[in-house]
Design a protein around this ligand. Sequence first.
Ligand SMILES: Cc1ncc(COP(=O)(O)O)c(C=O)c1O
Length: 373
Amino acid sequence: MIETVNHMRQSMDNYSKHRGVINRYREFLSVTDKTPIITLNEGNTPLIRAERLSAAISDRLDIHLKYEGLNPTGSFKDRGMTMAVSKAIEEGAKAVMCASTGNTAASAAAYAGKAGIKCVVLIPDGAIALGKLSQALIHGAHVLAIAGNFDDAFELVVSITDNYPITFVNSLNPYRIEGQTTGAFEICDSLGDAPDFHAIPVGNAGNITAYWKGYQEYQAAGCSESLPRMIGFQAAGAAPIVLGHPVKNPETFATAIRIGNPASWKRAEAAAADSNGGIWAVTDDEIREAYKMLASLEGIFVEPASAASVAGVRKLVAEGYFDSVKPRQGDRIRISCTLTGHGLKDPNAAIASVEEPTKLPADESTILETIGL
Ligand SMILES: Cc1ncc(COP(=O)(O)O)c(C=O)c1O
C-alpha cells in the first residue's frame, strides 16, 4: 500500500514538473508575470544515445538524437510557437499568420486554437505532407493552398502581416527563435555540457540560428562550459546556402526543407562560421538511407527532412572531416543531431521508401512457410 502511494506521489511529481519550455527556462526568455503562457507542455523531448547508429557510421562517434518528433504537434516548431503565440496574446493580437512547408502551420494552428485566436496559413499547393495538412485543418486554421512554392508564400505573408493587423509567426519573428533556443539548453542539461558537434537540417534556417544562440547564451550564463561546432545540412535540390545563390525551383522528397531562399540565410552562415562548423548538401538518396537507418537501427521514425542531420554526419565521416578531431572528453566525438519532426507526419514518404507488405491467404501454414518457420 505504502509503495503504491509513493509510486503515485512520484508520478504526480513528474507530471507537475514539466510545464512547457517557457516555465522551465523563463529566465532566458522575454516573458514577464504579465505574459499569458499558451503552452501544450512542449519540450522536454528525449536525447537518445544511438549506440547502434554510431557503430554503423563510425566507431569514433558517440551520436545522441534529440527526438523533436515527440513535441505536442510532432515537431520542434512548438518550442518557438509557444513563445510567439504567448507574446501575440500579450500584445492583444486577434489572429496569427504564417507560410509553411507544413510543420509551422500545424503548430501555429494548434497554439492559436489553444489561445482562442484565428490562424491563417499559406502553403504551397500539393507540396505538403498529408499528416501536417490534416493537423492544420483539424485545429481549425484557415488554410490557403497557393499556386506557388514556399518562398512565394513567405513573401506574401511578410507583405500581408506588414500591412494588416495580423501577427507574423514564421521564424523571423524573434520570439520563435527565442523559444527554439530551449532545444540547446535541454541538450546541455542532458549531457552536462554542450556536445563537440551539433548536426541539424537547414530549411528556412531559423533552427540552426536558434540552437547556436541557445548554446552561446547557456555558456554565457555559466550553465555550460563549451560550445559545439554547428554542422548544418540542406537537401541537394534545395541548397541555396551551399550554392551561394537562391534556388528558384527547389526540389527534394524532404518537403519540410524544400526552400530556395531561406529567411535566416545570413544568420545560419554566421552560426556555421563562428562555431567553426559548416553547411553542406546531402542528396535525397543519402537522406533516404539515413531515414531508414534511424528507423531500423534505433527504432526512431522521423520525417525525411529530419534525417538530413544523420545523412550529413555520414557524409562527413566518408569525407574524413572528423579524422583530425580530438574529442573534448572521453574517446569518442560527441555529436547531437536534431531530429526535427515525427515520421507519421509523412506516411507516404515511408511507404514509398520500403517494399509493399506481402499479400497472403489467411492460412497458418502459408504464413509459417513464408516467414521460414
Ligand atoms: C521537419 C523539419 N525539419 C527541418 C526544418 C528546417 O528548419 P528551419 O526552417 O528552421 O531551417 C523544418 C522547417 O519547416 C521542418 O519542418
